[in-house]
Design a protein around this ligand. Structure first.
Ligand SMILES: Nc1nc2c(ncn2[C@@H]2O[C@H](COP(=O)(O)OP(=O)(O)OP(=O)(O)O)[C@@H](O)[C@H]2O)c(=O)[nH]1
Ligand SMILES: [Mg+2]
Length: 472
């Protein structure tokens, strides 16, 4: 895996983590067995991982023919700013590492990928070290990709990051190299959260960037260090951003080998105590207590427990890899549901506007009346009554004030006018995708059959699959 001379120097400069004294130390410590990582994640299997190209192609087709036209017609991107690129449809599952500084995020990535002692291991250290969002991807050769290049390549799922500005792109870096695990997932290392640091000191919107990654990650590891559990404003902000992604979150109490068992139990309790007010779900998140680094566990600590916890986490990761296509389809279906609700709402606003307009009325005043108090005209209620949408899935009423401020109501067409002789109606197409085509595709993968071979009545696949952890 060694790159050409110049490239190796570049890597050495960027990621060389082993300082002279560390090298001496590393010769002393006993390395851990890694067999369980390879076997749980099936990294020893010769068979290349199936990328389901036919199913992904079908998914792309459904998105472009049934969902995208509706998005464009009703300017959905201006409401939620979530466009889906082709790169995002075909991308590998993304595993995101978040948490305070120096809790061992980069060390954990090095450990899982077995990068210690390789020239391109991530930089680690007791002080805040990672300053870039680092994306580790599979590629045939060792290569670093600058943020501006990643953002310019529309085939990659990272191209929408361009909107966070040039300062951010300088803090984004991609590393490609051949690796069995990276053939299956993409890892994203992030700069640790430092309490009391102001957003502007970073020179780019750190929280918005985190939100972008959070919205797309298939698994989010929020890592903590038992020796510093203080929850401050930055961490509170992070948990606010994680709302709605609870089933992707795994909390890791890392470096558990640095404490005696009794102390560890106390810290575990304290961690839950401080996090409870921040996580607003009935089901508590899964917490893994272990130490994710290559050194052997300290003799006086609970090595069997730590190893079991590590294996559970690896199984969890493996489940995400195995369910990647199901998760992707569920993600596109959820997106389609949101786009449909948005289109129905705009249509309802427009219908109400047309009903209230008379020959003598002032269009702007009539619409202001509607947009200021949509409840008076039963706009949101009528959508709830007509469709089986949960009221928690409805967008914010305030967001529509801004939306219509930029996009005048008269620039839209009624849904009933969005039909063509050849293509049918937009609303029918998106509804067919949500209730038949996407569930069909989901069912066909589950049974290992050809996409399109089944329909949902037979499989009962109408429910979006949840990326739930296994309980052990
Ligand atoms: N005892 C112990 N120390 C660990 C473990 N994992 C990491 N460390 C040490 O913790 C320190 C910080 O590790 P990093 O991987 O740099 O932490 P980080 O979360 O990436 O930090 P930032 O990049 O600054 O956010 C390093 O000195 C590691 O050697 C562990 O499992 N046990
Ligand atoms: Mg780091």
């Amino acid at each position: 895996m060694r790159g050409p001379g110049l490239l190796s120097c570049f890597f050495a400069a960027l990621f060389l983590t082993v300082h002279a004294e560390d090298t001496e130390e590393s010769e002393d410590f006993v390395r851990r067995e890694r067999g369980h990582i390879d076997s749980t994640l099936k990294l020893t299997e010769e068979k290349p991982i199936d990328d389901y190209p036919a199913a992904l192609q079908r998914l792309r087709k459904i998105y472009h023919s049934a969902i995208k036209p509706m998005e464009l017609s009703y300017k959905y991107n201006e409401l939620r700013q979530h466009e889906i690129t082709d790169g995002e449809i075909t991308s590998k599952p993304m595993v995101l590492f978040l948490g305070p500084w120096s809790v061992g995020k980069s060390t954990m990535i090095n450990y899982l990928l077995g990068l210690d002692e390789s020239p391109y291991q991530l930089y680690t250290g007791a002080e805040p070290t990672t300053s870039e969002f680092t994306v580790l991807m599979h590629g045939p050769k060792v290569k670093t990709i600058e943020g501006i290049v990643m953002a310019a390549d529309s085939g990659r799922s990272f191209s929408p990051l361009e909107k966070f500005g040039q300062n951010f792109l300088e803090k984004l870096i991609g590393i490609e190299f051949p690796h069995k695990l990276l053939e299956r997932v993409t890892f994203v290392d992030t700069p640790g959260i430092i309490e009391n640091r102001k957003q502007q000191e970073r020179g780019y919107p750190f929280n918005d960037v985190c939100q972008w990654f959070i919205d797309r990650a298939d698994l989010i590891f929020v890592v903590f260090d038992p020796t510093k559990l203080d929850v401050g404003l930055e961490l509170e902000m992070l948990f606010r951003q994680l709302k709605g992604r609870e089933s992707q979150i795994r909390i890791i109490l890392n470096k558990a080998d640095s404490l005696a068992t009794q102390e560890l139990m106390r810290v575990y309790g304290a961690l839950f105590w401080s996090l409870a007010p921040l996580i607003n779900v009935t089901e508590p998140p899964r917490v893994y207590v272990s130490s994710f680094w290559p050194e052997d566990y300290h003799p006086e600590t609970h090595r069997e427990l730590f190893l079991k916890e590590e294996i559970s986490l690896l199984e969890d990761l493996n489940q995400v890899i195995e369910n990647r296509l199901e998760n992707k389809i569920a993600f596109i279906r959820q997106h389609a549901i949101r786009v449909r609700i948005h289109a129905l709402l705009v249509d309802r606003y427009l219908q109400t506007y047309k009903e209230k307009m008379t020959f003598f009325s002032d269009g702007e005043l009539v619409f202001k009346d509607i947009v200021d108090d949509p409840d008076k005209f039963f706009i949101f209620k009528s959508i709830l009554a007509k469709t089986n949408v949960s009221k928690f899935d409805l967008p914010n009423k305030e967001a529509y004030k801004d939306f219509f401020g930029v996009n005048p109501i008269t620039s839209f067409k009624l849904l009933s006018q969005q039909c063509s002789y050849m293509g049918g109606c937009l609303i029918e197409k998106i509804e067919r995708a949500i209730s038949n085509e996407l569930p069909d595709l989901l069912g066909s993968i589950g049974l290992g059959k050809k996409p399109g071979a089944l329909n949902c009545d037979a499989t009962g696949c109408g429910e979006a699959p949840k990326n739930r952890y296994k309980k052990h």
